[in-house]
Design a protein around this ligand. Structure first.
Ligand SMILES: [Zn+2]
Ligand SMILES: [Zn+2]
Length: 94
């Protein structure tokens, strides 16, 4: 069965099925309401050699570096960790 089970941040599940001809609809998975085209894949490492791969549209993806984007949920985690690690919030100037 060409069905894909996707775990969304927050624990909810989504099943994406490819019926027949066309490819999987590449829509934003950041929120259920968003139907933007999911051109960005989340690069958050979930396991060795694996990344989250949640699709986000331009609006929902958070670019953190060259070709590195995070989905909203993982961006949150990153931000929280960043704040925890750097309580005095010193950003290097470019
Ligand atoms: Zn979106
Ligand atoms: Zn993610």
């Amino acid at each position: 069965m060409p069905c894909e089970r996707v775990t969304l941040p927050g624990g909810s599940m989504a099943i994406i099925c490819t019926r027949g001809r066309s490819r999987v609809a590449k829509v934003c998975q950041a929120t259920a309401e968003c139907h933007g085209s999911g051109t960005k894949l989340c690069d958050w490492p979930t396991a060795k050699g694996k990344t989250c791969d949640l699709r986000s549209c331009q609006e929902h993806a958070h670019n953190v570096g060259h070709e590195v984007d995070y989905c909203p949920a993982h961006w949150e985690i990153r931000e929280q960790r960043r704040k925890a690690n750097a309580p005095h919030h010193k950003e290097p100037k470019r």
